[in-house]
Every structure is written in structure tokens, then in C-alpha cells.
Design a protein around this ligand. Structure first.
Ligand code: AMP
Ligand code: TRP
Length: 333
């Protein structure tokens, strides 16, 4: 049966509170897609345990992330919102794909190398298999488009390769997905080191803005943000810190980068940083307030997850059944 609408799938890990980088690079771009596509937005908790998580905190983070999805504008009427561990097909397809993915391919993954260096005391197989599970997430739903930040392009490429490999070995089964990476904001950098990605796991809390930081904290972190030499507010390769702040400003205020350069011409970094803070605060404060309200009604949130898991499972379990049949597993009868 031809699909009427194309399918979008994406996910974020419930590890800590997501950052402005996650929001500008990923979550925010999910919202407008809801009108044109069948969107499936997942809380990828299976992925998150590749790094040690405290159980009570993990539960809390997952609810908090769900409320942030909704507060940011994801509509449970339009989209399917669910938790990865609620749908067993993800782990099932990941196993099959594991057997078709070469160790060398996973060994080459930049994120695996980075995380291995950072978590040398916990070099578990899940950390290495992480991109295969992500491929399973995407391929289960016949996904056409995957909105992600730039750091995920290598993982998406693997998902495409695994889809093609399976299709060639058996018969056409999986849609080969495309990435959807924003022109601006695909990689928001740390406020303390403009050569490193803004990350929620940064030991220096001044490096990132959390989606739940209060107004004062946002302003303080932006005032403390490192800058480049000179004093011009200009987007340029030799000005990575200011370019990052201009990106953040443009995305939060709606003013283009070129117009922002004119707006702050000759005003210096101090005035500029305060304006960035104003823009970020007005983008995040309403989301934070709405998230807090949503978290008051756990029953509502739980109902959304139950419905989301049912919808997701009805698609995903069919894909797994088809895959098992093609592989040659005996039907249960
Ligand atoms: P994660 O927090 O690793 O689950 O990431 C969730 C999504 O946010 C993925 O699509 C990432 O590519 C995106 N993302 C993470 N950090 C950044 C960043 N600093 N800038 C832009 N996008 C990001
Ligand atoms: N690996 C992604 C990240 O760390 C999260 C993720 C898991 C994902 N499964 C996905 C993103 C499927 C897009 C599609 O950012």
C-alpha cells in the first residue's frame, strides 16, 4: 500500500536535561514537520543506558523529556510520541542488524571513539552497538526523513548502509532514509570552547545552556561565554565563538545573521551578549513554564505514552515479523 504521507522519525536520549544545542539542532525542527509528515518522536531510553544511569533519575529524565517535547510544540494528536523500551521491536531488529554490521564499521564511529575515551571504565558492547540500535529505530517505521544535528550524520549513514545491505541480501524491505540537517544550528558549540559541541554531559556547566535554566542563569552563562579576539560582531571562520553566538541569536530571535551583524555593528561584545541572552530567554522561558505545568499531570503524560507505544508497536511489530520471515525463521504457527 502506498503511504499517503512520508514518515519522519527522531529521538533524544533521556540523559540529564537537554541543552539549547539539542533544541536548536533537533527538537525545534521537529515541530513544523508535523503538518506535512507522519512523525514519530521517541525517547530513546535503551540508548541512554550505554552510559551508567541512576534508575530513579532515568525515570525522572524520561518524563521530563516527554514534557519538554510537548512544551516545545509536539502534538500527541498529530504525532506518535513514545518511549523506546516500551516497544520490544527496537531491541529485536537491532539484534538482526547486529549480525549484518561489521565490527570495523562500528569501530570507526567518531562518537564511539569519543565516548570510549570519556568512559574508559565502562567500555560496554552497547556503547559500540549504539548506532545499530539507532538504525533499528529508524528502519522499523519505513522512515523517509530523520531530523538530526550534524553529530548524527555518520550514524544515519550506517542506517542507510544497513538498509541497503538487508534489501540486497534478501529482498526490498527497508526504506533508505534521508537525513534532515538544519542549515543553521546543526552544531551549536560550547559557550566555553567554541571548538567543542555544546553537550549536556560537559563538566563545565557554563559551557551549555540547559532547557530548564532560569532566566538569570541563562544571562550569566552568556555573559561569561568566551569571545574571540577583536570586537566586531561578525560571522567568520576565524571567529568561532562569535559565530556560535550569532547562530544562537539568529535562531532565537528570527533575525538573520546578516541583519544581526548590522544591528550590532560597532556596539561591542557586551551589548551583543546581552541581546543574545534576551533572545534565548524569550525562546526558552515559555517552554520551561509549560513544561512545569505539564509535569503536574502525570496521568495525562502516561496516557500519551501508552497510546504512543500502541501506535508505534502496531507498525514496528509488523516490520519485525516481515524481517523474521525473510531471514528464514520458522513461523510460530
Ligand atoms: P542526544 O542528546 O545525543 O540524544 O542528541 C539528540 C539530538 O540533538 C540529536 O539529533 C543531535 O544531533 C542533536 N544535538 C546534540 N547536541 C547538539 C548540538 N550541540 N548542536 C546541535 N544539535 C545537537
Ligand atoms: N543517537 C541519537 C543521538 O544521540 C539519538 C537517536 C537514537 C536517534 N535513535 C535515533 C536520532 C533515531 C534519530 C533517529 O543524538
Amino acid at each position: 500500500m502506498e503511504k499517503v504521507k512520508k514518515t519522519v522519525f527522531s529521538g533524544i536520549q533521556p540523559t540529564g536535561t537537554i541543552t539549547l544545542g539539542n533544541y536548536l539542532g533537533a527538537l525545534r525542527n521537529w515541530i513544523p514537520l508535523q503538518d506535512e509528515y507522519d512523525c514519530i518522536y521517541c525517547i530513546v531510553d535503551l540508548h541512554s543506558i550505554t552510559i551508567r544511569q541512576e534508575p530513579a533519575q532515568l525515570r525522572k529524565n524520561a518524563m521530563s523529556l516527554l514534557a519538554l517535547y510537548l512544551a516545545s510544540g509536539i502534538s500527541p494528536e498529530k504525532s506518535t510520541v513514545f518511549v523506546q523500551s516500551h516497544v520490544p521491536a527496537h531491541a529485536e531488529l537491532a539484534w538482526v542488524l547486529d549480525t549484518m554490521c561489521y565490527i570495523g564499521e562500528l569501530n570507526r564511529m567518531t562518537q564511539f571513539k569519543d565516548k570510549s575515551a570519556k568512559h574508559a571504565d565502562n567500555l560496554n558492547m552497547g556503547l559500540m552497538n549504539y548506532p545499530v540500535l539507532m538504525a533499528a529505530d529508524i528502519l522499523l517505521y519505513g522512515t523517509d526523513l530523520v531530523p538530526i544535528g550534524k553529530d548524527q550524520t555518520q550514524h544515519l549513514e550506517l542506517a542507510r548502509n544497513l538498509a541497503e545491505r538487508f534489501n540486497n541480501r534478501y529482498s526490498p524491505t527497508f526504506v533508505v532514509p534521508e537525513g534532515f540537517i538544519p542549515k543553521l544550528g546543526a552544531k551549536i558549540m560550547s559557550l566555553q570552547n567554541p571548538l567543542a559541541k555544546m553537550s549536556k554531559s560537559d563538566e563545565n556547566v557554563n559551557g551549555f545552556i540547559s532547557m530548564l535554566d532560569d532566566d538569570e542563569t541563562i544571562r550569566r552563562k552568556l555573559r561569561r561565554a568566551v569571545t574571540d579576539s577583536g570586537m566586531e560582531v561578525r560571522f567568520a571562520e576565524d571567529k568561532p565563538a562569535i559565530s556560535n553566538l550569532l547562530t544562537i541569536y539568529s535562531l532565537c530571535s528570527g533575525v538573520s545573521v546578516a541583519d544581526a551583524e548590522k544591528q550590532f555593528d560597532g556596539l561591542g561584545y557586551g551589548v551583543f551578549k546581552d541581546a543574545v541572552a534576551d533572545a534565548v530567554i524569550s525562546a526558552l522561558a515559555p517552554i520551561r513554564q509549560r513544561q512545569a505545568e505539564l509535569l503536574e499531570d502525570k496521568q495525562y503524560l502516561t496516557d500519551i505514552l501508552r497510546q504512543g507505544a500502541e501506535r508505534a508497536e502496531s507498525i514496528a511489530s509488523k516490520t519485525v515479523a516481515k524481517v523474521y520471515r525473510k531471514i528464514g525463521f520458522l513461523p510460530r504457527g
